[in-house]
Design a binder for this molecule. Structure first.
Ligand SMILES: [Zn+2]
Length: 112
């Protein structure tokens, strides 16, 4: 398998898989039995080609899949470190962070 890729946002290893509807989805490269909601399955397309697709499972289906030893994968957008950090910072926190940064700059710029 050479379909490993890296997320442009957080540079974690991911895999691109197709869903049944033909959309591409980024999944974490490693399986995650606790949080994953997709299984990878090989199916035969109407054109007679075999292809691997990602199938979203319901909660009950996930329990069944884990019992059967199937690997579950998490959609990368749910684990992407960058997306998580991308949530807006409250203004007062931002101000505080900036004053800490400028204090640190003053320190490094000479007041030693
Ligand atoms: Zn990412």
């Amino acid at each position: 398998m050479s379909d490993q890729a890296f997320c442009k946002m957080c540079s974690q290893p991911i895999r691109f898989e197709f869903t049944r509807s033909g959309k591409q989805i980024a999944l974490d490269y490693s399986s995650d039995q606790d949080h994953g909601t997709f299984v990878l399955n090989v199916e035969r397309s109407p054109q007679g080609e075999y292809r691997r697709i990602a199938i979203a499972l319901s909660k009950a289906e996930r329990v069944q899949a884990v019992e059967e030893g199937e690997l579950l994968f998490l959609a990368h957008r749910l684990s992407c470190a960058n997306e998580r950090e991308g949530t807006p910072i409250p203004p007062d926190l931002r101000e505080k962070a900036q004053s800490v940064i400028s204090d640190a700059k003053g320190f490094w710029n000479g007041n030693r």
